[in-house]
Design a protein around this ligand. Structure first.
Ligand code: UTP
Length: 288
């Protein structure tokens, strides 16, 4: 059976929900506590054992490439200033991983972004990590899902129960439970009016390469975009797809309120600033 070695990180979207912050800055470079969102994702990919990272970008996203590159001038200045800790951190980021970049020339949707990576992936199962979705889990989600993949040999989606009124914001599965926490996916509907369940797909996937054939015949769906959910709905007619209710915390960093909530949660557990930040929040809560 084939090992999962490659991960696609789609980062070519417009990030309209964050305007004006994202007019000149890629959404994926917005900071969460003290790191840009995409750094959390790349670090998680490495922890999950990924050997090759493919980031799908678009025009105006060069800050992402710069972030993971060496910057000799900055390193020189930090060295001159005697900032050893910062220097090591800046070098560590550049040495994190070998990253390939591929451009999605037109923003035709998440499904289309994944299709642009087909040549890099070839005919092997692969992972997809969405940079908007941040997880805090003892065992990285991909490791939890990989165990299901090994037993069932099909695509695995990370799912979680959401409140009824939230279902219209997500891709929702129609589930058939087969084990504790594990479902066969009978259908997928993107942002449904009438949700088939309360199990939402979140941004971690293990996909078999048959997804590419499905995406090639997927018509534009919600928002006029080629949706990954619609590609999955096509694929599961030929090959079983599974949903795994993962263990861990989830933060939706894809909109301003969600990013603020994620910032508070991560800042509170931050080793350097956590204690002071907690004190600050305690002081605030008496005013609210
Ligand atoms: P989102 O819909 O959350 O991102 O897509 P967006 O389109 O950038 O943001 P809004 O909705 O305008 O605020 C999920 C992921 O898919 C990527 C995005 O970059 C994001 O990481 N994506 C989306 C692409 O790479 N290409 C696309 O054509 C669409």
């Amino acid at each position: 059976m084939m090992k999962i070695r490659k991960v696609v990180i789609p980062a070519a979207g417009w990030g309209t929900r964050f305007l004006p912050a994202t007019k000149a800055l890629p959404k994926e470079m917005l900071p969460l506590a003290d790191k840009p969102l995409i750094q959390y994702i790349v670090e998680e990919a490495i922890l999950s054992g990924m050997e090759q990272i493919i980031i799908v970008t678009s025009s105006g996203k060069s800050a992402i490439q710069d972030h993971f590159d060496r910057d000799f001038e900055l390193e020189y200045i930090l060295e001159q200033k005697g900032e050893r800790g910062l220097l090591e951190e800046v070098r560590r980021i550049a040495d994190l991983a070998n990253i390939c970049y591929i451009r999605q020339k037109e923003q035709l949707g998440l499904g289309h972004a994944i299709l642009t990576a087909e040549e890099f992936i070839g005919r092997e199962p692969f992972a997809v990590f969405l940079p908007d979705d941040i997880f805090d889990a003892e065992v990285p989600l991909l490791k939890q899902m990989g165990e299901v993949y090994q037993r069932y040999q099909g695509s695995v989606l990370a799912v979680r129960r959401v409140a009824k009124e939230e279902t219209k914001r997500y891709g929702i599965i129609k589930p058939k439970q087969i084990e504790e926490r594990l479902y066969q996916v009978l259908d997928v509907v993107e942002k449904p009016e009438e949700a088939p369940s309360d199990l939402a797909i979140l941004g971690r996937y293990i996909l078999t390469p048959e997804i590419f054939e499905a995406l090639k015949t997927t018509p534009p769906g919600w928002g006029g975009e080629i949706q990954l959910s619609d590609g999955l709905a096509l694929m599961l007619q030929k090959q079983a797809v599974y949903g795994y209710e993962f263990e861990g915390e989830y933060y939706d960093a894809g909109n301003p309120l969600g990013l603020l909530k994620a910032t508070v949660a991560l800042a509170l557990s931050h080793p350097q600033i956590g204690a002071d930040f907690k004190e600050y929040l305690r002081g605030l809560s008496t005013d609210l």
